[in-house]
Design a protein around this ligand. Sequence first.
Ligand code: IPE
Ligand code: IPE
Ligand code: MG
Length: 232
Amino acid sequence: MIVPKHVAIIMDGNGRWANKRKLPRSFGHREGVNALKRIVKYCGNEGLEILTVYAFSTENWQRPAKEVHYLLKLMEETFSIEINELIQQGVCIKILGDLSTLSAAHRRIWEAAEAKTQDNNRLYLNVAFNYGGRNEITNAARKIAQKVKSGGLSVEQITEEEFAKYLYTGDIADPDLIIRTGGEYRMSNFLLWQSAYSEWYFTDVLWPDFDVSEFKKALSCYSKRHRRYGRI
Ligand code: IPE
Ligand code: IPE
Ligand code: MG
C-alpha cells in the first residue's frame, strides 16, 4: 500500500456531534480531543511521518465569545496535560499560525510544547492554530518585502521555493492527503499554498466519531489515487 508521508486533517463536525445528542457544543469539542489523541497515537505507531491538524482558524474568532474562550482553554489544557504522553510517544510539536495576537499565557503554552518536544522525531505533529491560509501568505509576503527592502534578497530571488520558506510550514513537505470530516466540501482557508497537489478525502463522519478504522479507509482510498502533477 502506498502510504502518505504527510496527512493533514480538517477536524470538523464537533458542534453537530453534540447537537445530535442535545448536548452543548463544548461536549463535541471535548470529544474531538479524544479523536485527536486516537489518531496521533495511531500515526506514531504506524510510522506516519507528518500529521497536521486544523484546530482553530483565523475565522473561528467570529464564533460566540463563550465558544472561542472554551476552545482556547481546551487547547491550552490539552497540550499541557498531554505533553508528557506526547513526549513519550516521540511526538515533535509545531504550531502553524499567527501566535502574535494570542495572549502571552497562551503563547507560552505553545512555545513550551514546541520546546519540550523539539528533539523528538517519531511523529511530526503540526497544530494549525489561529491559522488562515491567506493570513499565512500575506504574512510571508510582508517578511519577503522587508528582506528585499533591507537588501537581503533581490526581486529575482523570489521563487516558489524561496517564497515557501516564509510560510508557517517553512521546509515541511506539502501534505499528500488532506482529510475533511463533517460532510462539508470546502477548504475553509486551510493550507491554500501547500495543498496545490494534495489528494482530498471527504467523509460525512463527524470528527468526534472519527477513529482508526475511518482513518484506514482514507489511507486505503489514497493508495489507489494516481498523482500526475500535470503529467500524463
Ligand atoms: C470543528 O468543529 C472544530 C472547530 C472549528 C474548532 P465545529 O465546531 O466546526 O463543528 P460543526 O461544524 O459546527 O459541527
Ligand atoms: C474549519 O472548520 C476550521 C477547523 C476545523 C478548525 P469550520 O467549521 O470553521 O469551517 P466552516 O466555517 O464550516 O467553513
Ligand atoms: Mg464546522
